[in-house]
Design a protein around this ligand. Structure first.
Ligand SMILES: [Zn+2]
Length: 327
């Protein structure tokens, strides 16, 4: 999905809604119009790179040209894919006895060798949700813990080139693709879930305990991982510092709002949010601001711009794109 600063043109969001929902591909001229229209003062989205926020972290393992890997805390690595428009970030959390990979990225380059060079522990994959840019490397792993949800299950068969090839074409990508990978053969490969997780489950990595919190809204199968001792919350696409998608196929504004309400109740126990696009960390106070934003939208107190049947409501540091209310 698009992870630009707020105020992006919504035609762009419409194109990405298709990408996110994994439905029929958009046609090329729509996509190019959208990409050219993005950004207040740049023609190319990658002109915003490198994002200065990454400068706060130690970069490790720069051997694979597709990924940028950063240690964002002593036990957590961010695996960032800045070469493609989503700028998606997967996170490896390394406990004393096992490790957890929260999302596997686009599947453009193989992520498993990167993970293997970061930890010797057994690695379990958990997905924040099953949009294409978070599950691309799932096929490389034998241990995948997933929610028992029809929407999640529907993505386990992968996505064909006809659906996702578009996202490696034209202005979607600025980096050279790995050898052998082309827009004509890129696909999301099928994968198998080896165990089920559910709301309230605790995943114990040894010294790190992650609580699964079901947060439907952006998608039906969205989850967050709460590290209570570490006072941090892994957000997936439920929050990041860019437009949030509550309008796409599979999204549900009321569920999203309810999930945010639940998360906001945890705010006093959370210092930082770990976010899955553009930049890896946001202040925990955004949970309260996100809650206020949903309240303001529901009460018709928020300013918006309208386009293509959706409303984008702008707030400080992020925006929410929601379906237009029924007249
Ligand atoms: Zn998503």
């Amino acid at each position: 999905m698009n992870r630009r600063a707020p105020n992006l043109l919504l035609i762009f969001a419409a194109a990405l809604a298709v990408s996110c929902s994994n439905s029929e591909p958009i046609v090329a001229n729509e996509k190019e119009d959208a990409v050219e229209g993005r950004g207040a003062d740049t023609d190319k989205w990658w002109d915003a790179l490198p994002r200065r926020e990454w400068g706060a972290y130690e970069r490790v393992l720069d051997s694979d040209p597709w990924f940028e890997v950063y240690r964002i805390s002593p036990d957590t690595y961010a695996i960032y894919e800045p070469g493609q428009f989503e700028e998606v970030i997967s996170f490896l959390i390394v406990g004393e006895t096992r490790a957890l990979l929260f999302d596997t990225g686009l599947g453009v380059a193989r992520i498993e060798p990167v993970i293997a060079s970061l930890t010797d522990h057994n690695v379990t994959v958990v997905n924040s949700h099953s949009h294409y840019d978070h599950i691309g490397g799932n096929y490389e792993f034998g241990r995948i813990a997933g929610v028992d949800d029809p929407y999640a299950r529907s993505h386990m068969s992968g996505a064909p080139n006809e659906t996702v090839g578009e996202f490696l074409r034209g202005d979607w990508v600025w980096k050279p693709l790995p050898d052998g990978v082309t827009p004509d053969n890129f696909e999301i490969k099928p994968y198998a879930v080896s165990e089920t997780i559910a709301d309230g489950d605790i995943i114990d990595l040894g010294g790190i305990r992650l609580e699964v919190i079901s947060t439907p809204g952006h998608s039906p199968d969205s989850i967050c991982l709460f590290d209570r001792e570490g006072r941090r919350l892994f957000m997936g696409d439920t929050f990041y510092l860019a437009p949030l998608y509550a309008h796409i196929e599979g999204a549900d504004f009321s569920n999203y709002k309810a999930s945010v309400e639940r998360l906001a109740a945890l705010q006093t126990d959370i210092d930082i949010l770990i976010t899955a696009h553009n930049v890896p960390v946001a202040d925990g106070s955004y949970l309260g601001r996100l809650h206020d934003a949903f309240e303001a939208i529901e009460a018709n107190r928020a300013d918006f711009v309208e386009t293509d049947g959706a409303y984008e409501y702008a707030f400080d540091g992020f925006s929410i794109i929601a379906p237009a209310p029924n007249e």
